[in-house]
Structure formats: structure tokens, C-alpha cells
Design a protein around this ligand. Structure first.
Ligand code: 3H9
Length: 720
């Protein structure tokens, strides 16, 4: 794991632990022993630490954090490096992150290859740099930069690291050779001034001022998240306390974070995100044995908000797009709008003027689908109507080349029904983007019963290429995301029973959702939900009225229909569940007594007895109903693993990452407790079939050993 050799009187300790040279036990042992050996060797004048392969260590081994650890610990290795009687040089390339950067900060000198990046990403794992990174970095950079780098987890370039004083030299070419050359130029110089444990923090007298300012920012930016504040406290300690005491404080704060629920959820999320990109189909095909096709050109059908957003994602990644729209005026508007959106990206510094021009150069509009005969993939993004989509796919089937993939951006419709009108159903799949498509990171890919592994591999690969987090779902009504989301349904019932929309929104926001469900509904438009409900009623041959309380034996709330009838369509009309001050163009929701009156009136008419509803009940009703559906989704194989579900929620619905996702959250509450509450609500609300307990959840609770323990279960703190 650490190869030791001596060359030109340099002991080279080459760290070899692919893929990212994480500082696992054997690496720590190798470094410790290597430094001791080199320090005792009279033929060695200096020691060089370098990473083999693509990077210097990118951190501690995160997998080890969930197991009982073993010495030597990283600080011990670090102090052995610093107290060596020979100068130690860290030669950085790739990503020198977390514990890797800490090792470098224990070294006497740091040389970075031009493309290297350094940083402390621990905060993204709900941690702080726990091997004295919070004590050492401020000694090099001063407090302000250290606070910014550590609380944000930002990676900085070698050039910036040189400017901040983190590295001593940036080199090009052969890193080892350049490090040796640098080392020769400083050999013989005293080591004491190079030991950060002996240095002070130069702007220590300003610490209170910097701390207060940074804290204010953090509390605003990361509501409810613990780690950034702990990072800040530890950095404050570095300036206020003697080195040893500061290191002790850091260790205490690190241990507190490590044993907490937020870090468990964030570490789980790190691996869940990577696990979601791996997939297995029931027929044995998988990401490991299926090769994607190369997509060199694409078409998007429908130039509405979704279609335009999807086109942006593709052209931004260099894939030429034909945007098809029958309505020429709409097409013109869409092309102009795309130009504006990209202009906005230039203003925000996310792309250059030239990159914008390159994007627009590979975008062309077309009024008919006849032009699509050569494209590699078509993504249809028209109105959510099965008949319309089937007509389009029937035409595409005749026009496109036989190898072209035909995809639909449907958010609910059965892919098999869409594929059934084509002669090549193996080439048909769903690519469900989330609005706004050019911002939201999630791509929910859907396979039907005939979709081929190559098609699946290609859309999963395409997601990665266009910078999305792709998750695979089997086709069903609503797929993973929309099928599982019961928050809106339960929230409406809770309002009927006694809560008010702003009470529910407050509880959900306190839980960590960026926006409550009623605010989201106002933002997207009350008419959207109304059309879906009308469509559903039409299909069932039912007429919905404002007094409808049950539909096909299922409880139904007509509260949102009342809003629709009043013309309260949300933000766009200045009124919805809330009121908005449109005169000042404000998007700030204001509680509206008219809505309260409307709700009370509705309850009176339907003779619903209102009662006091606790925040705990709001969370349970909204989330446990969702979790129960999540288990059904697993049971039916719609999602392959709980990680896929949680990643959908993090990236599709902004579920707080520090809670892991609904499935992980449930496991932290305790599955037994969640199951019991689901049973209780099932008894209380027999007319809502989403409370019918999932068989899989029941089995997990009663016979845990029969259910395979997966990654998700490894991370649960409370187990069952
Ligand atoms: C720390 O250092 C604490 C210390 O301060 C104090 C200790 C006392 N450990 O992301 P990729 C795996 S905390 C274990 O796809 P990329 C990853 O799961 C740590 N495994 O590659 C994946 O496995 P698989 C602070 C790790 O090129 C594979 O490597 N450091 C670790 O897109 C490839 O990963 C961090 O938080 C790890 N540390 O990106 C850095 N890192 O193939 C976390 C990666 O089975 N890592 N793996 O799915 C990263 O940010 C990115 O992986 C990196 C490379 C930028 C390095």
C-alpha cells in the first residue's frame, strides 16, 4: 500500500491504494513505518510522499468510519512526519483532499503539480478535518481563507493554493523529478520554522470578528446543518488556544460529528450517489456487463419549458440538437429564450461568451419531425397525454434510423404503452427530467418490459455526460419520484382535519425541506394539479365536485379544486394557498385569512370536525406515507435499492441531504416504529390505500434476517 524505495538519497514513499489512495489502515501503517525507517537511514537526506496513479490521497477511507477503527490514527502518522529529523516533502497531484491534505500539512514542504487541487471536503460528509486540518490551515492561510475553505469544502487549484500559502511551489512536467529539484534547493535549511505546530495564527487577534461574521453567513446558508458551525468553532480554537488544546478541541468536535445522525446520513449519501449509477435488470444485464452507444446527435420534440431545458442540457455538453416544434412562433420564442438562459450563465460566470456561441451553433430548430432521420436519440417532451405521445412515437418509428433511441420525458405514463406503437420497443425508454431541466440534477431513467440493456446503458451514460445524477426506475404509474410522493395528498387531508397550510409548510421547512408543499404548489400552479385530477376523473368516468370526498372508495380532498374555482392559481395570479404582492413583484408568500375562511367553510360543509394537529403528526403523515410507498416500490422492483429512492428525493425534490432521503430517514427513526405508526394510520384512515402497510416493510421488521442487508442497512444507526 506504501512502496518504499531510496533514489538519489531521497526516500520515496509512494502511496498505492487505488482508486483514490484513501488513507486506509495499511496506508497509515505504511506511511508511519516508512517515515521511521527513512529517518533512521543515514543514506537518506529527505523524504518524499507521493501518490501512485491518478492522485495524492483524497482523504481518509470513508468506509472505515462505519467500522471500529484501528491505530495508527492519522494525527499520530502526521506527528511522526512532522517530527522527522529529515525534511519531508509532499508531492501533490490529482485531488489532495481531507486527510490527504492534512498529511501534506504535517510535511515540511508541499509541491503541487499544475493541475492539482487541494481542499477539505469533510463538511460534505458532516465532519470537520479531524487530523488537525482546522488547526494547521489557518497557520498557513490566515483565518478568513481557512474559514471559507473548510466550511464550504471548496477545492482550490494549485495556483490558488500557492497564492494562499498552502503550497510552496507549483510545477509542471515530472512531479517527482521537480520535487527532488526543489528539495535540493532547500536541503540544509532549519526545519523548525517549517513545523506548523510551532507556528502561530497570524491574525489570531481578529478571530472573534471573523468568527461572528462567518457564523452569521453559515446560519443563513446552511439552516439546520451542524458540521459547518463545528468547523468554525474548531478554527476559532486554533486561534484562541495553545496548539495542543486546540487539537484536543478539534478531536472532541470531530467525534461528536462522527457519532451524530447527520454525518451518518451524509456519508451514506456519498456512497448512495455512486451506487445509484450502478444498475441491474431482472434479466441479468447490468451496468457492469452492458456497453452504452455513443450519442453524437439528438433531437428534442416540444419547445415548451421542459423541451427547451432538455435541449440546453444537451448542447451544453456538446451534443448537437434539433429542437422540433410545430408552432413556429413558439419555436422562435424557445430558441430566443435558450439564448437568454445561456446569457444568464455567462453573467453568472458559469460559461464564457465563446462557450455560449458554441452551444447556440449546434442548436437548430425544425417545424417537423421529418428532419430527424439521422439523429442518435430523440427525447419527446410534449404535453402529458398518452394518445399524443403514441402518435409521435408511431411517426418516429418510421422516420428515425433503426438504431436511434426513442425516449419520452413523461413523468407518469407507462413506457410499455408508449413503446407498444413502435416496431422496436427495445429502443424505447423514459428520460424524465425535472424542472427546470437545465438546473435540476436528477435524471430519472425508465425501462419498460422490452427496453434493451444497450438502451438502458446509453441513457444512464448520457445522464452522466450531461452532468446529471441518473437513477433507473422500472416503468409503473409515476415511476419512483411521482408515485412515491404522498406529501401533497396527506398535507391536504391534514388541512381538512385541523392544520393550516402555513403550519404544514413551517414543519416541513423546519425538517429541512427548502420549501413547504403549499408554497411549491403555488409556485408550480394550482391549475397543474387540477388538470391531472380532471384527467384522472375523466378516465374513471367520474365528475368531480367541490363536495367530492371519496373517489372510487379512496379519500379525496377538493380543497385545491376550490382554489382553482376561485381563480387562485398560485404565484402567477398573485393568489393561491398564499397571497403575493404582485405590484412589488414579490414572490414572498403572505398568509391569507381568506384561505383560512375557505378551509373552515369547506370543513363545515363536509362536516369534518377539526382538531389540534401536532408537528410530529404532520411529519409522520407526510413522510411515513411516502416511505410506505417507497417500500412497495422496492417490493415490486420498480427501484432496485433504497439508495436509488433516496437519491431521487435528494436531487428531484431537494430532500435534505443531511437526512439521507426518506428511506434512510425511516431507518434512523427505526423501521419498527415507522411500521407501527403506518399500521396505526392505516387503522385510522382505511380509505387511503397508501396507508396499507408494505409487505416488505412488515417482513423487514418481523424477519430481518431474511432480507438481504445492503449498503443502506449498513449505515442505519438505529437498525430495527
Ligand atoms: C477525512 O479525510 C477525514 C480526516 O480529515 C480526518 C480523519 C481522522 N474513502 O467519486 P469517484 C471511492 S474524510 C473511500 O467516483 P471521481 C468512491 O466510493 C474524507 N472510498 O471518483 C468510488 O468507489 P466506487 C475526505 C472513496 O474521480 C471510487 O472511490 N475526503 C473515497 O469522480 C471513485 O470515486 C473526501 O471527502 C474515500 N475517501 O472523484 C473525498 N473517495 O467506484 C471524497 C472516493 O466503488 N471523494 N472513494 O463507487 C471525492 O470527493 C471523489 O471521490 C474524488 C474523485 C474527487 C476524490
Amino acid at each position: 500500500m506504501v512502496d518504499y524505495r531510496v533514489e538519489d538519497q531521497f526516500a520515496i514513499l509512494e502511496i498505492n491504494n487505488p482508486p483514490v489512495n484513501a488513507l486506509s489502515l495499511h496506508v497509515r501503517e505504511g506511511l508511519l513505518n516508512g517515515v521511521l525507517r527513512a529517518s533512521a537511514d543515514n543514506n537518506v537526506k529527505a523524504i518524499i510522499l507521493i501518490g501512485k496513479g491518478k492522485t495524492f490521497p483524497s482523504g481518509a477511507d470513508i468506509k472505515e468510519f462505519s467500522r471500529p477503527g484501528k491505530a495508527p490514527w492519522l494525527p499520530e502518522v502526521g506527528h511522526t512526519i512532522e517530527s522527522s529529523n529529515k525534511p519531508v516533502f509532499s508531492a501533490l497531484h490529482g485531488t489532495a483532499l481531507g486527510g490527504g491534505l492534512e498529511i501534506a500539512l504535517f510535511s515540511h514542504y508541499r509541491i503541487a503539480e499544475k493541475t492539482a487541487k487541494v481542499g477539505f471536503p469533510e463538511v460534505h460528509l458532516g465532519l470537520l478535518p479531524g487530523a488537525e486540518g482546522t488547526i494547521r490551515l489557518p497557520r498557513l492561510t490566515g483565518l478568513v481563507i481557512a474559514m471559507e475553505m473548510i466550511t464550504s469544502g471548496r477545492q482550490v487549484s494549485a495556483k490558488e493554493a500557492l497564492k494562499f500559502g498552502i503550497v510552496d511551489k507549483v510545477v509542471e512536467g515530472n512531479l517527482l523529478k521537480e520535487t527532488k529539484a526543489f528539495a535540493k534547493s532547500v536541503l540544509g535549511q532549519p526545519l523548525e520554522p517549517r513545523k506548523l505546530s510551532l507556528c502561530g495564527v497570524k491574525d489570531a487577534d481578529q478571530v472573534d470578528k471573523y468568527y461572528e461574521a462567518a457564523l452569521k453567513e453559515l446560519l443563513k446558508k446552511y439552516r439546520g446543518v451542524i458540521a459547518p458551525v463545528s468547523c468554525l468553532k474548531s478554527i476559532r480554537g486554533s486561534a484562541q488556544l495553545p496548539y495542543k488544546e486546540a487539537a484536543e478541541l478539534e478531536r472532541t468536535l470531530f467525534s461528536e460529528l462522527m457519532s451524530g445522525a447527520q454525518s451518518a446520513a451524509l456519508r451514506y449519501s456519498f456512497f448512495a450517489e455512486r451506487a445509484a449509477s450502478r444498475w441491474n435488470l431482472p434479466n441479468g444485464a447490468s451496468s457492469a456487463n452492458s456497453k452504452p452507444l455513443t450519442i453524437k446527435s439528438a433531437a428534442v420534440i416540444g419547445a415548451g419549458t421542459m423541451g427547451s431545458g432538455i435541449a440546453i442540457c444537451l448542447i451544453r455538453s456538446g451534443i448537437p440538437v434539433i429542437l422540433v416544434e410545430q408552432n413556429e412562433k413558439m419555436l422562435e420564442n424557445a430558441l430566443r429564450n435558450i439564448g437568454y438562459i445561456l446569457q444568464g450563465s455567462v453573467k453568472l460566470g458559469r460559461m464564457t461568451v465563446d462557450q455560449r456561441s458554441d452551444c447556440l451553433r449546434i442548436l437548430q430548430g425544425a417545424a417537423s419531425i421529418e428532419k430527424l432521420k439521422d439523429v442518435d436519440i430523440v427525447i419527446e417532451a410534449v404535453y402529458e397525454n398518452l394518445k399524443l405521445k403514441q402518435e409521435i412515437f408511431e411517426k418516429l418509428d418510421k422516420i428515425c434510423k433503426p438504431t436511434a433511441l426513442l425516449c419520452s420525458n413523461t413523468s407518469t405514463l407507462d413506457i410499455d404503452l408508449i413503446a407498444s406503437v413502435t416496431s422496436k420497443p427495445d429502443r424505447v425508454a423514459g428520460t424524465h427530467f425535472f424542472a427546470p431541466a437545465y438546473i435540476m440534477k436528477l435524471l430519472e431513467n425508465i425501462y419498460g418490459s422490452k427496453t434493451s440493456p444497450i438502451t438502458v446503458a446509453t441513457i444512464m451514460d448520457l445522464g452522466k455526460k450531461i452532468g446529471k445524477i441518473s437513477v433507473l426506475s422500472k416503468t409503473c404509474d409515476g415511476f419512483i419520484a411521482n408515485r412515491m410522493n404522498k406529501i401533497g395528498t396527506e398535507a391536504a387531508f391534514l388541512v381538512e382535519e385541523g392544520a393550516l397550510p402555513h403550519d404544514i409548510d413551517q414543519v416541513l421547512e423546519d425538517f429541512g425541506m427548502p420549501m413547504g408543499v403549499f408554497k411549491v404548489s403555488d409556485l408550480s400552479g394550482i391549475d397543474i394539479g387540477w388538470s391531472i385530477r380532471q384527467e384522472m376523473a375523466k378516465k374513471q368516468g367520474i365528475t368531480l365536485t367541490l363536495e367530492t370526498h371519496y373517489v372510487s372508495g379512496e379519500r379525496y380532498s377538493s380543497l385545491a379544486d376550490r382554489l382553482y374555482n376561485l381563480g387562485r392559481l398560485g404565484l402567477k395570479t398573485g393568489k393561491g394557498w398564499y397571497r403575493y404582492n404582485n405590484a412589488s413583484n414579490s414572490r414572498k408568500p403572505i398568509i391569507d385569512p381568506d384561505v383560512t375562511d375557505m378551509i373552515l367553510n369547506h370543513c363545515e360543509k363536509l362536516r369534518i370536525k377539526r382538531r389540534q394537529i401536532s408537528p410530529q403528526e404532520i411529519i409522520e403523515r407526510c413522510l411515513y406515507a411516502t416511505v410506505n410507498e417507497g417500500f412497495k416500490i422496492l417490493e415490486e422492483g420498480v427501484a432496485e435499492k433504497p439508495e436509488d429512492i433516496d437519491i431521487v428525493w435528494q436531487y428531484g425534490f431537494s430532500f435534505p441531504r443531511y437526512r439521507g432521503g426518506p428511506m434512510f430517514y425511516a431507518s434512523q427513526v427505526g423501521l419498527k416504529k415507522v411500521y407501527e405508526r403506518i399500521c396505526y394510520y392505516h387503522e385510522s384512515f382505511p380509505y387511503s390505500k397508501h396507508w396499507l402497510p408494505s409487505d416488505l416493510l412488515k417482513k423487514l421488521v418481523s424477519h430481518p434476517n431474511e432480507v438481504p442487508i445492503n449498503l443502506w442497512m449498513n449505515y442505519t444507526n438505529s437498525k430495527l
